[in-house]
Design a protein around this ligand. Structure first.
Ligand code: NAP
Length: 287
């Protein structure tokens, strides 16, 4: 007798599904029978990637929605569109992420790295919490990075108005992602909704093409010499979404399918709470 695919009957929403790690995770989820909603930001690219996933997986239960995470209005619209079309959510993967060589600010007045990598996912997750709870057991997965180990937090200058550097901004956004994971896990105690963060490995994807021009030869060499493939980079996401080993585990940071201590700052509970409060104000949660 054939066994049921691991995600049969489960609704999975995956952001950053149109390239790199998220694209490979999309194919895996589709092959595992999920009702998958791929989130992309460009209509043409997303439609094309959706069709490719349908073809490569042979699954007819794959859809897509659009959202640019630099816009809070678009995040709110995504949550509304999702709720209008689907009534369950078993796995939410916040994977979309990027870097900005120069400091830019979104239409909401937020430094772009912080907005796309952390604040947009913070808002989306909060807007979908009731659906997750009603679908429990459910899992939230947040793609952070080992870059969070170098991340710092400064609540008086979250957006690096004074002294922007690409990796400092990236590190802060990924530290925020782990702090969010730990604080959300606390708030979800007793709900059977778990939340875990992960580092996917150093993965050869297009994220590195947005690094400053002078560093690109280094990344290009690193891609060939030691970075892992996007397919291998998707493994920890798929593991956290499907493995019975992580059932009930929450508030953890994973690398290579194993929990690992996050940075000292990421374990600071007071900082996690302060970040939550400030984030809730920045996205006007409850408004
Ligand atoms: N690659 C690594 O070594 C590495 C290491 C640690 C952590 N990570 C994390 O892994 C995640 C996936 O990155 P990747 O390496 O797969 O990079 P990637 O190939 O560049 O993919 C990033 C994905 O995020 C989407 N995205 C970027 N900005 C967006 C925005 N403003 N709104 C909505 N979607 C947006 C991209 O959409 P488009 O397809 O339209 O560009 C793409 O689908 C990120 O969170 C990254 O920080 C990666």
């Amino acid at each position: 007798m054939e066994s049921k695919p691991a995600l049969a009957g489960k609704t999975v929403l995956l952001t950053g599904a149109t390239s790199g790690i998220g694209w490979e995770a999309s194919i895996s989820f589709a092959r595992m029978g999920a009702r998958l909603i791929m989130i992309g930001r460009d209509a043409g690219k997303t439609a094309q990637k959706l069709e490719e996933v349908r073809q490569r997986s042979g699954s007819a239960t794959v859809d897509s929605l659009l959202c640019d995470f630099s816009s809070q209005a678009q995040v709110r619209r995504l949550a509304e569109e999702f709720r209008a079309r689907y009534d369950t959510l078993h796995v939410l993967v916040n994977n979309a992420g990027t870097v900005f060589p120069k400091r830019t600010v979104t239409s909401d007045g937020i430094e772009s790295t912080f907005a796309v990598n952390y604040l947009g996912p913070f808002l989306l997750t909060n807007l979908l919490l009731d659906v997750l709870k009603a679908s429990a057991p459910a899992r939230v997965i947040i793609v952070s990075s080992s870059g969070h180990y170098g991340g710092t937090m400064d609540f008086s200058d979250l957006g690096f108005e004074h002294g922007y550097q690409i990796m400092r901004a990236y590190g802060r956004s990924k530290l925020a992602a782990v702090l969010f994971t730990r604080e959300l896990a606390k708030r979800l105690e007793g709900t059977e909704v778990t939340v875990n963060a992960l580092h996917p490995g150093a993965v050869a994807t297009s994220i590195w093409d947005r690094a400053p021009a002078y560093t690109r030869p280094i990344f290009s060499l690193a891609k060939r010499l030691f970075m892992i493939s996007p397919e291998a980079g998707a493994e920890t996401i798929v593991y956290l979404a499907t493995s019975p080993e992580v059932e009930g585990k929450t508030g953890l940071y994973f690398e290579k399918n194993r929990p690992r201590f996050p940075s000292r700052l990421a374990q600071d509970d007071a900082m996690a709470q302060q970040l939550w409060d400030q984030s809730a104000r920045l996205v006007k949660l409850g408004a």
